[in-house]
Design a protein around this ligand. Structure first.
Ligand code: SF4
Ligand code: URA
Length: 270
């Protein structure tokens, strides 16, 4: 899994690099609204260049985005709930679209739903979620209704897909599932138009930033989201931090997480 993820993020980094080269050389006609669709990368038969794929994915996303945000998010949620683009669609109990304020300044992004989330259809409602709520409240003075919370994949990745009722059946999403689901998160971001994203844990950080470094090297610093959803020069800022589940396993990580959240607070208060 780690090896595959490393390769997909390396592909993504190469992809973004080519986009940069293309846009700085001759793509001035591009509107600047671009989305990456790494699922297209897997299709060997597709002859488009990566930059053309980004451009087309961006156009597609914008075409499906209808203001006002609430209506468009409801339409997107309906689409996600009916989605079977990867095998997780066959085993989930509920697709977990996201929760919170669709005009939030900050979007928190986790890895994927677990047992509790699959049952409730809401992200971060298990033990990790309770800790996330506590962090939001104590450090930021915010409720989950004030921010937006979503995941890289919208359906529960299970070790045994036949047993959605079993505990201890969670696993991380695989690269195919991530590729299939990824466009939904970008469409959510286009609608919400946040000032920043907080990636929770290694998987969300690697996927969104297209890097291979682990979370301990990435956290505590602001990064630019490598996809220009709102045109060149307006990158969404990304702050990686530890996943709350990691804090439950190792409470030594709390201090650094608190520092990260203070950085977030200062940024939101600017
Ligand atoms: Fe569709 Fe994403 Fe669920 Fe896969 S995980 S079925 S791509 S919504
Ligand atoms: N872990 C995640 O990454 N996401 C959830 O929604 C719950 C737990």
């Amino acid at each position: 899994m780690k090896k595959e993820l490393k390769s997909i993020t390396a592909d993504l980094a190469a992809y973004v690099k080519q986009l940069d080269e293309d846009t700085t050389s001759h793509r001035s006609q591009d509107t600047g609204h671009r989305l990456q669709d790494i699922s297209h990368m897997a299709q060997e038969t597709d002859k488009k260049t990566p930059a053309e794929k980004i451009r087309d994915a961006g156009r597609e996303a914008r075409d499906t985005v209808v203001r006002p945000t609430g209506d468009a998010m409801a339409a997107l949620a309906k689409e996600i709930r009916a989605c079977r683009k990867c095998r997780l669609g066959n085993s989930r109990l509920n697709a977990v679209v996201g929760v919170g304020n669709t005009s939030a300044k900050v979007v928190f992004v986790g890895e994927g739903p677990g047992f509790q989330e699959d049952h409730k259809g809401e992200p971060f409602v298990g033990r990790s979620g309770q800790l996330l709520d506590k962090i939001l409240d104590t450090v930021l003075g915010l409720k989950r209704e004030d921010v937006y919370i979503a995941n890289i994949v919208k359906c529960h990745p299970m070790k045994d897909p036949e047993s959605p009722e079993s505990h201890g059946n969670d696993r991380p999403p695989d690269p195919e599932e991530i590729s299939a689901c990824r466009p939904y998160l970008d469409r959510q971001l286009v609608l919400i138009k946040p000032k920043c994203i907080v990636t929770l844990g290694s998987v969300a950080t690697k996927v969104l930033l297209g890097v291979t470094q682990g979370i301990s090297l990435m956290r505590g610093k602001w990064h630019d989201y490598p996809v220009d959803l709102f045109g060149p020069g307006h990158p969404i800022k990304v702050l990686p931090t530890y996943h709350p589940a990691a804090l439950l396993r190792n409470s030594n990580l709390k201090r650094e997480t608190w520092e990260d959240m203070k950085m977030l607070k200062a940024f939101l208060d600017e």
